[in-house]
Design a protein around this ligand. Structure first.
Ligand code: IMP
Length: 176
């Protein structure tokens, strides 16, 4: 497995993250959003997005495991690290790296909604076109991409390539 061609460059990502930050700043004006990053994939995006939002905000992280070593989701999501923050009456924005089948996000949304937030929205850097198995409304999406396996900018293949600055195609990963 090697990182292949760049599908989204560092510059394109930075431009789009700035736009997302502006949109969120406008939409959440007068509120103090709580950004929840989904580890590990969202850690780089979270760092850039949080700094692109010109509002008082808080961040928290949770870690879920949906894949094991395989590259396709099982639909079974395990919470590996839960939040520190209390979500009651908070304006919560889930920050995700990528939505593929949407099963991870759908599970997370349900769980977090049960904790009584004032609002709950999602910002995902990437979304794989035509792959969603559940109906999801995602107000903030960075890029729609074809259903190929990608890595970089926080996303991994078997824990590698998270430190690449752009998003790369990964050769040799079979998507079933
Ligand atoms: P879903 O539940 O099928 O939407 O899968 C979402 C999760 O699978 C993401 O948060 C990623 O951790 C992982 N994932 C899906 N596609 C990719 C990819 O192309 N590269 C790296 N991770 C991926």
């Amino acid at each position: 497995m090697t990182p292949g061609e760049v599908v989204i460059s560092e510059e394109e990502i930075q431009r789009r993250v700035a736009e997302l930050g502006q949109a969120i700043t406008t939409d959440y004006a007068g509120r103090h959003p709580l950004l929840i990053g989904v580890l590990k994939g969202a850690f780089v995006f979270m760092a850039d997005l949080a700094r692109a939002i010109a509002l008082p905000l808080e961040i928290d992280f949770m870690a879920v495991s949906s894949y094991g070593a395989a590259t396709k989701t099982s639909g079974i999501v395990r919470i590996v690290k839960d939040l520190d923050a209390d979500l009651t009456d908070r304006h919560v924005l889930i920050v995700e790296d990528i939505v593929d089948s949407g099963l991870t996000l759908s599970y997370l949304r349900k769980g977090l909604l049960a904790r009584g937030p004032a609002s709950l929205e999602v910002c995902s850097l990437l979304m794989k076109k035509g792959q969603q198995r559940v109906n999801l409304e995602i107000p903030y999406v960075g890029f729609e991409i074809p259903p190929d396996f990608v890595a970089g900018y926080g996303l991994d293949v078997a824990e590698r390539y998270r430190n690449l600055r752009g998003i790369h195609l990964v050769d040799g990963v079979e998507e079933s």
